[in-house]
Design a protein around this ligand. Structure first.
Ligand SMILES: NC(=O)c1ccc[n+]([C@@H]2O[C@H](COP(=O)([O-])OP(=O)(O)OC[C@H]3O[C@@H](n4cnc5c(N)ncnc54)[C@H](OP(=O)(O)O)[C@@H]3O)[C@@H](O)[C@H]2O)c1
Length: 291
């Protein structure tokens, strides 16, 4: 099978992979798809995609191959039968995973004579193709520039992070770390509100404003961390330390299990014990670094 410049192959048709393929089909790209479970390709076939049951043929169909499977290990295993076909092509991975996993698959691509770009989608499948959807990539800049306009179909906010092949995985893990604690904070608040017969929805506009405030504070906190100067805080550690009893009061008031707060409170207590009470809350990063 021959490939043309416009052709794209999508390996993996889960929620995200299917959305990627749909975006390329909408943009008029010749789109070949492969998935372990062939039935998942059916809606894409109706939209004009070609399904290749053999992963090697799927890879051969396009110069640009985008894999969106569960993680790097699964991606590697799925592509082993297509190893030879990868030579001279570009593999882009858009799965979550560890920086080590990204380095391993990049090294394997190099052994096959393939170009490699690591990537990450920082949004949901429904947001694929929107002008403000963020995806970021890493690896050889020339290879990225060669495919930039095609990759931009997936999201208008397409960014290049740098040459190191694990940067997308690194930033994905680093940025993603905010998600679970932020959601748990929201869920704890919702349990308190609903214990009074109020709806969870009633909290949403206030929480959105609160998250905006936190977003606005991030550049200043990052500057404190980058310079190592924690001495002119807008929000001191003491302020958060005094808030410990409020968190505990929330538990009593709403009959809520607030035990997930305990390690956070321990961190605040350790910081105060180190004499950091007048430093910025950003000084907690110093306690997170294993010494
Ligand atoms: N969904 C999101 O909101 C979202 C957002 C950002 C990033 N991501 C990332 O995108 C990646 C894919 O997510 P998704 O939501 O599309 O996941 P998903 O719906 O669970 O799909 C997983 C895909 O991996 C395939 N797969 C799993 N194990 C396999 C194996 N051993 N061999 C071959 N194929 C295998 C599945 O094939 P079968 O169909 O045959 O099972 C399917 O194509 C993940 O790394 C995820 O973290 C997802």
């Amino acid at each position: 099978m021959q490939s043309d410049d416009n052709a794209v192959t999508i390996i993996g048709l889960g929620s995200m992979g299917a959305a990627l393929a749909q975006a390329f089909l909408r943009a008029g790209h010749r789109t070949t798809v492969w998935n372990r479970t062939p039935q998942r390709a059916e809606p894409l076939l109706r939209a004009g995609a070609a399904y290749e049951p053999d992963v090697k043929n799927a890879v051969t169909a396009s110069r640009l191959v985008i894999a969106c499977l569960t993680n790097f290990e699964v991606t590697h295993q799925a592509l082993i039968p297509a190893a030879e076909a990868l030579a001279g092509r570009t593999l882009v991975t858009l799965n979550s995973g560890t920086p080590a996993g990204a380095r391993q698959i990049a090294a394997w691509c190099a052994e096959q004579g393939a170009n490699y770009l690591g990537g990450a989608v920082k949004n949901t499948p429904a947001a694929i193709g929107r002008p403000d959807t963020l995806l970021y990539y890493c690896g050889d800049r020339t290879v990225f520039e060669q495919h930039r306009s095609t990759l931009q179909i997936l999201g208008g906010d397409t960014q290049y992070l740098g040459r190191d092949v694990d940067l997308a995985a690194l930033y994905e893990l680093a940025v993603g770390g905010t998600l679970l604690p932020a959601l748990l904070g929201f869920f704890q608040g919702v349990v308190l509100i609903t214990s009074r017969g109020l709806s969870a929805q009633s909290m949403v506009p206030h929480t959105v404003k609160w998250l905006e405030m936190i977003s606005n504070e991030l550049p200043r906190l990052a500057e404190e961390i980058d310079t190592g100067d924690y001495e002119n805080p807008r929000s001191s550690l003491a302020l958060f330390y005094e808030g410990i009893e409020h968190d505990e009061a929330i538990g009593r008031e709403g009959k809520i299990d607030v035990s997930w707060n305990v390690p956070i409170h321990d961190l605040l207590r350790r910081a105060v014990a180190e004499g950091r009470q007048n430093q910025s809350i950003s000084a907690l990063t110093e306690l997170l670094r294993l010494r």
